[in-house]
Unconditional design. Sequence first.
Lengths: 291, 135
Amino acid sequence: MASLKDLRNRIASVKATQKITKAMQMVAAAKLRRAQEAAEAARPYSERMGVVLANITQAIGDDAPALMTGTGKDDVHLLVVCTAERGLCGGFNAQIARAARDHVRSLQADGKTVKIICVGKKGFDILRRDFAKLIIERIDLREVKQIGFTNADAIAKKVIQLFNKGEFDVCTLFYSQFKSVISQIPTAQQLIPAAAPAAEGESASEGAVYEYEPEPGEILSDLIPRNISVQIFRALLENAAGEMGAKMSAMDNATRNAGDMINRLSITYNRQRQAQITKELIEIISGAEAL
Amino acid sequence: MAESFQFDLVSPERLLVSEQVESVIIPGAEGEMTVMAKHAPVMTTIQPGVVTVKSAGGGEERYVVFGGFADILPSGCTLLAESAVAVKDIDRADITRRIQEAKEDAADAEDDETRTKAEQFLHQLTTLEGAILPA
């Protein structure tokens, strides 16, 4: 049985932990709001991009560049796995890593070659255990406070460079889609060859016959790399929001757990103290009676 | 007074302008162009330069854009810029940094095609620097 002093120390330490988790929760809540705003601000761009891309692919027909049609092969797969830089956010990173791992396993079972680019430290830590040899690059965003388009652009450039060198045939992006604070869905999205966005009814059917300046082919070859950057940017933003959401709920749980623990410990502490008082009283009374 | 139309200027990070305007001057890849209401549908890439927006209310705003493309329809115009800043907010250090990066890109280019592109971009940036920053 722990002594009263031990119990007191325990309670004090759990209280300190609770304060920390509470603070982390509030920080995550504030950051979540900012991340959500950023994700929302980025939405118009990617939506318009989708519309424009749909229009232009209709206009251009079969003459699309390689980034769009792929290499015609399906042998080497590149996985870009985006995770958070920090832990303490529940199953967030593990979920993305698991999705990526399952994908790698199924590809390997089909006899394909797999290469991995890790964005974010946590995914790298997890995937390194199983696929250390497959990881060809690791991108660290630890120093980045607010994810900007330039970060995404740098990643996209690397991917495109690899593609131009013929290092892979298919590229898939892994990230967590932000549904709500308590639910983030690990998602796999094919980047290259870009799945031609379905022409969404009304937007494309404005039926305008565009004039292109310069030629559609040239615009498209300029547009697609940019579209890849945008996709990655969106994934990073969704991830940032998801990470904060997951962290918030994880820290909320931790705070509540700490509260429960403090209650339990206090009850034990009070009982023990009372038992000791009773014991002392009995000793005094029986001593007096013996006289 | 000329007719007005909807103009949106978006960068990946945010929506900068979304309002009724009278005319917009866009630095297109093949020369500057002024867009007014009921313009024929055009899609064009843009080069680094200054976008001048004349709003329906009368005021005039100028934005610096670094590459991107414009989607012009009779009903409105959308400008998707890779990055955009209002002229009054731009600072010299930012442009200098971009020029520096472009120079490095040009130096690092592995084949002629990328080098030509990087040098073109660098040239456009330098022109831009001269145009908006009084020496």
